[in-house]
Design a binder for this molecule. Sequence first.
Ligand code: 1HN
Length: 348
Amino acid sequence: MQSSKEIEELNDLLRGRWVSGLWNLDHGERPSAPKTRVQPHLWKWHDIYDSLIQAKEKITVSRGSVERRVIRLVNPGLSETQMTSHTILLSFQLIQPGEVAPAHRHTMSAFRFILHGHGAYTNVDGQKMIMEDGDLILTPQGSWHEHAHEGDENMIWIDGLDVPFIQALQVISFDPYPQGRLPVQERPDPEMYYGLTRPVGETETNPPLLHYHWRDTYESLQQLARTTTNPFDGVAMEYVNPATGGPTLPTMSCQIQMLRPDESTKAHRHTSTSIYHAFRGSGTTIINGEPFRWEQGDTFIIPLWSWHEHTNRSSKDEAILFSMHDSPILKAFGLYREEGNEDSAQKI
Ligand code: 1HN
């Protein structure tokens, strides 16, 4: 066994050569199970809403200055990076009647889940999509996007982006739209390219399907609720990219799930991280033994490899959770793992 003085001398020598011995590895860097700095946390709707309203009084959206009135969710375990998880940044955005959030594009992918208001639209590469509560709208990486509000009440939505993941790959790039407004292109509704028929000469990947209407999503949820339910997620569906049959975006999967009155799911855990938004109803989610009580509008995060189970606290109303997951990244590299406890469902 060498003396620590000898090892220190060797370390000093190696440091000067820009190399390092593996004997310096801290055992904490070799955990026997996945370990994350992301902490379970719940953000109350009142805090988010009040923050947006206060920001509305003080922050003006204008080109070249503050281009988006956005409040981000900061995970208590990630206060230096100000991110929501190590892969996803989740924020809430408010736009007032008459405002335009100017067009730009970036290497991050984004989705928006609409919460409140009428009359705003987002334009993605010329596709004008009018936002309605419960709609999901995608902004794939590199697409030009602008938001504008032609209605008469505040409009609020969730923005989910893969910012920390794209940052880790060090490929963030961002361009403002050169000048003026992003033109709207008059085109047939992309939905007609994704059904059982499509115009001759067209391909299924052009134009991309970016808008998932709540009326369709809710109808599918209700149909699924009549037939089957997943033991761990209840009545749960993933938003699919019809061009690939795969997840919503290459880095993020969006899901919608219904917990029927009094329904409880069984506990499971996986190597992906999940963020949930309570779109309707109220319930309790137990994360690694700790109960998190949520009401409509609240958002909570389940860190990777944490046991979790959900319960609808109402015996008469359904609860609906919108959720986003980094599972496509884990799956792409063979790192997705899941464990379930079939016996765990317990009434709380
Ligand atoms: C962004 O471009 C939008 O386009 C919203 O509305 C939130 C958070 C971080 C980085 C870019 C938007 C964002 C964002």
